[in-house]
Design a protein around this ligand. Sequence first.
Ligand code: GLC
Ligand code: CA
Length: 601
Amino acid sequence: MNREAGKTGNNLTDAMTRKWWHGKVAYQIYPKSFLDTNGDGIGDLRGILSKLDYLKELGIDIIWLSPIYKSPFVDQGYDIADYYAIAEEFGTMEEFDELLAETKKRDMHIIMDLVINHCSDQHEWFRKALADPEGEYADYFYFRKGKDGNPPSNYRSYFGGSCWEPVPGTDKYYLHMFAREQPDLNWENPGLRQELYDMVNWWLEKGLAGFRIDAIINIKKNLAFPDLEPDGRDGLASCWRMIESARGIGELLEDLKHHTFSQYDAFTVAEVFNMKEGELEEFIGPEGHFSTIFDFSAHSLSDGEHGWYDAPEVEFEKWRKTVIDAQLEIQKYGMEANIIENHDEPRGVSRFLPAYARNAAGAKMLGTVSVLLRGIPFIYQGQEIGMCNAEWNSIQEFDDISTKDQYQVAIEAGLSEKEALTACGRMSRDNARTPVQWSSQKNAGFTTGTPWLKVNDNYKEINVESQEEDPDSVLHYYRKLLALRKSPEYKEVFTYGEFVPVYEDTESIMAYYRVGCGEGTADAGSGAGAAGRMGCAGTRVLVAANFGREAVSLQLEYPVKKVLLSNRTKLSARAEELTLQAQTLILESCEAVVLEVVGDK
Ligand code: GLC
Ligand code: CA
């Protein structure tokens, strides 16, 4: 039952060189929906500035800003028109510099989104390319001749429709993996690459700590652009299948890293889907292309075969196995970034919890088992108060480009409008993009104007202000959870400790140990001092949660040393129950506990 490999030969700390970002907690801000300070209904940099103390108190070290560059916002800023300018909607470069300075003062770091697979069709490069389709800038993109009056190949873009769009006045097409307003950049062109590297370094020079790197697996194409077996009613084939057949991305990624990130000791977290077998070490190992990548394995469980309309519900047992298998695999090579949700995903509370657990206790439970996994936790805005999916009443309420596409896909597959709306309501990216619920005031305190996207109807029940006042709230719990993860006593074990699953055969239980490693002396001077203690050999922590409806009794394998956290009862009451003599641990429905146990039996 217990998959522990044995107590020797598993020295994960020693296998890893310590990095400044190990042990840190990150928070993703989706600026448009965070906080509006000038009443235009759009979140802004001033809003972020005003909440830095809130984030500091929550326990955040690294802030990831979704794109704030100048953009026509066809894909909400993931279509960049000028990499060196801040979108007017969000503020000015002076305000950004102020943000950098203020985070630094608080010993926090900023990372920005790096969207370099594509740019906006409003970018100067693309405008020049269209103006002169035979000129230098045309080769910054993929301009290709069509075949017999058709596009060069039959790829379907991620947002629907062909990946190829005619270049006006020519017999050529340009390639776009995402929207037609997001032309793909030609990474085979050394001149283009140099432009991108200069830009990355410009931001790093400013004092950025690193980047979240968007859609990066797409930069290496199969340049033959072969037609593929159609996989949908539209006669097209998913474009990622072309990406899967491309070879040599590693060289491009190493080139990027050596010209930029590695010169600044930058932290990089990449969005990588469709990695090939055996590539994990190349991506996140000691010499990896990136510091880390996101673990999306649990999210992929609800990938529909044809779209959102046939997206399966996430079953607890599959979810548990998926998370456990990913952790066991990843820890052989490095660390990944763990998320419950992000700006592309529905809210985790609505997705990973059964209906009876979609409440404060459930949100705390899900937070506990996710945040204490091995890796870098990324909290998405609003997650810390348990925000959940909104109720969507019509397709017009959505803004997101991919939601509109998925609605059409569902209708074309024969679903009624109501059914298509339900499918989108469950999976839409806009679930994560509704404004942060700050208070029970109008528009949840997000704006005094009209919010750019509707506010979730439940803001009177779920909001920061009321949770501040309630010591049992999800918000207070997240503060305790992050404080525990970063506490001098346990930081080492939660950062470097081995992940060892347990009670895997017990229905509805998600549980694991974090087991200390390292001899506790070898690392002097290598930066471990920040944790106030070297190594964590001998420390063993049990994280256990009951996702079921009924109470479950677990046979404890080790004597309990200390109750570190519980989402239900007062800690003191738990501590009385769980003494050194305790043999069993009874977990109520939706209960999560974190116990330090006596390491050696
Ligand atoms: C990434 C982003 C997503 C965006 C896409 C295109 O997946 O996270 O929001 O739409 O790339 O840039
Ligand atoms: Ca604003």
